[in-house]
Design a protein around this ligand. Structure first.
Ligand code: GRG
Length: 304
């Protein structure tokens, strides 16, 4: 998405990202100690602390801030979302799924610890996420914590992330995947967890039902935006790497937005999603909304 259609006056996004990512990384480091049995805890920490953009936790903290909450209220939820994101990547990389050797620039979990431990590390991170949000959340009413946990659970199960993954697997190699099916995959596989991150942040921060629903709509737009941009980057980056005009999506076995809409059509769609996302933030205090505007911009213009 080339044109800058998000205006961010007086907001130092780099400083914001660095400070918040540091807070998140410290909290993640503290959330899982190395204890007995050492192997499983090392495997969990290996992937959780392997880097990554931390987009989901940052969204969670920014949504909390927007509705007037503090980082303290949302940090356990932010960590829980990243734990689940990480476990989904560990499982996605397994030989029975995508069979990837590298993730975040490092050997995948199963390459280092073996397939058996990688499956278990994913399972343990999933359990740890729920335990963490319930036990570590401070200064938030129990009813809000329960609502947040329900949001998280709904976003990842057979009507969320898992639904997206199973339909994605079923679509691999098919030549007739249409826009509706592609959107189903991404709404579930990618957007659902981003939505949970934002909604949990708003709930933990004390947002009204109206705030939460506006932010849910915002998150659905940026969730799809995330994936459209991912698909565009996949084509443009691979084209650059190959020094050709044809990109990876033209040779790979999976359907992408550029394959169905073309590059320009995908960019137009991304632009529409940015405008729709912005629209949802328009009723909030612009100063408090600046981090979410900035994260939208980051998702739209990122290079990886
Ligand atoms: C959640 C119960 C449960 C099971 C997992 C394997 C699986 C089921 C789902 C796969 C989901 C998957 C791999 C989705 C892709 C999501 C995505 C866009 C990943 C890339 O996210 P980035 O760019 O990565 O934020 P970093 O490394 O920066 O965190």
């Amino acid at each position: 998405v080339e044109d800058d259609i998000i205006d961010l006056p007086n907001f130092d996004f780099n400083a914001y990202m660095l400070a918040k990512a540091h807070t998140v990384n410290q909290a993640l480091d503290a959330s899982i100690a190395i204890k007995d049995p050492e192997k499983i805890h090392l495997a969990m920490r290996y992937s959780l602390l392997a880097g990554g953009k931390r987009v989901r936790p940052l969204l969670c903290l920014a949504a909390c801030e927007l509705v007037g909450g503090t980082d303290t209220a949302a940090i356990p939820a932010a960590c829980a979302v990243e734990m689940i994101h990480t476990m989904s990547l560990i499982h996605d990389d397994l030989p029975c799924m995508d069979n990837d050797d590298l993730r975040r620039g490092k050997p995948t979990n199963h390459k280092v610890f073996g397939e058996d431990v990688a499956v278990l590390a994913g399972d343990a991170l999933l359990a740890c996420a729920f335990e963490h949000v319930v036990l570590a959340t401070k200064d938030v009413s129990p009813s809000r914590v329960v609502r947040a946990v329900a949001e998280l659970a709904k976003s990842i199960g057979s009507e969320g992330l898992v639904a997206g993954q199973v339909v994605d697997i079923d679509s691999t190699g098919l030549s007739n995947v249409d826009l509706e099916r592609l959107e189903f995959i991404h709404v579930h596989k990618t957007a659902a967890l981003l939505e949970a991150a934002v909604v949990m942040g708003a709930i933990m921060g004390g947002g009204s039902d109206q705030d939460v629903e506006k932010l849910r709509k915002f998150a659905r737009c940026i969730g799809l935006l995330f994936q459209v941009v991912d698909d565009i980057l996949d084509v443009t980056k691979t084209s650059e790497e190959l020094g050709k005009t044809a990109g990876k999506d033209l040779v790979a076995d999976k359907v992408t937005y550029p394959k169905i809409l073309g590059i320009q059509g995908s960019k137009d769609f991304a632009r529409r999603l940015i405008l729709d996302a912005k629209e949802q933030l328009s009723g909030f205090d612009p100063k408090k909304a600046a981090p979410l505007f900035a994260l939208t911009s980051y998702i739209a213009y990122r290079q990886n």
